[in-house]
Design a protein around this ligand. Structure first.
Ligand code: ADP
Ligand code: C5P
Ligand code: MG
Length: 245
């Protein structure tokens, strides 16, 4: 029921101009990456189509984004796309960008938007889920603007997990997943990048009224209890629609 694509579904953004679900061949869609220009139909206007309900998940390194995304997936049935995980997957698959991505992550810097968005778009297109969580993206204003230009849409909801730096450092240094960037030197750089480049993105969405700021301290369940009410109204609307009310 949750994954159903219902034209009346509250999880589906209203009819927007977008290339995400356009009925065109994939090869044509890929052309948009090389040009950076949204795909246009012959008449010159973007086609009207439905796009998924997109949630951006922001917060500093170790603020608990991935952990909370797992809870959102379990509870609300979203598809979870972690930009960091997609980039790490490129490294191990020895893609053409692998060594550039590895060096960038090791230094705590940000991978060029075109590369990251290409990975995200590939996943959105491969999924039939109408609710997408994009975790760790956009990290910069450049990421944000490029997403809007290439994908042609904005997020419906933006979550910001607000966590004190000391807590983020403690969590990252005990994460123990063998990550090349989970060390004190890289962590210091990541925190600087977060403050300089990601906070402006957070401010941007606050100004647009899309930001939900969550205090990311306490147990995982306590933090999730702040997240739950953000999505519950959409779920309730979906249930009413299903009942034909
Ligand atoms: P992010 O994706 O934001 O970098 P993670 O979800 O990977 O953060 O969490 C970083 C580390 O902190 C993980 O080891 C995770 O188990 C732990 N963690 C996540 N949320 C909490 C929390 N509320 N309290 C304590 N530890 C947490
Ligand atoms: O989100 P996560 O902690 O997994 O990201 C790890 C690293 O991946 C970041 O520090 C950054 O180097 C890179 N990254 C990026 N652009 C993004 C997301 C992550 O360059 N949008
Ligand atoms: Mg993460």
């Amino acid at each position: 029921m949750w994954r159903r694509v219902n034209p009346l579904s509250p999880w589906i953004s209203s009819f927007k101009s977008s290339i995400v679900k356009q009925q065109v061949s994939k090869s044509k869609i890929w052309e948009t990456f090389t040009t950076g220009i949204p795909l246009q139909e012959e008449g010159g206007t973007l086609s009207e189509c439905r796009t998924p309900f997109i949630t951006f998940v922001l917060g500093g390194p170790g603020s608990g984004k991935g952990t909370q995304c797992e809870k959102i997936v379990e509870t609300f049935g979203f598809k979870h796309l972690s930009a960091g995980d997609l980039l790490r997957r490129e490294i191990v698959s020895h893609s053409q960008y692998g060594s550039m991505i590895l060096n960038t992550i090791r230094e705590g810097r940000i991978v060029p938007s075109e590369v990251t968005i290409k990975l995200i778009q590939r996943e959105i297109e491969a999924s039939d889920n109408d609710k997408i969580l994009i975790d760790g993206f956009p990290r910069t204003e450049e990421n944000r603007i490029a997403f809007e230009q290439i994908i042609g849409t904005e997020p419906d909801v933006v979550l910001f997990f607000d966590c004190p730096e000391e807590e983020m450092v403690k969590r990252v240094l005990s994460r123990n997943q063998g990550r090349i960037d989970d060390n004190i030197d890289t962590m210091k750089k990541r925190l600087k990048v977060f403050t300089a480049l990601c906070l402006p993105v957070i401010d941007y969405y606050a100004d647009k009224g899309k930001l939900h700021k969550i205090r990311a301290v306490g147990t995982v369940d306590e933090v999730f209890e702040q997240v739950r009410p953000i999505f519950t109204p959409y779920e309730e609307s979906e249930q009413l629609i299903s009942l034909g009310e």
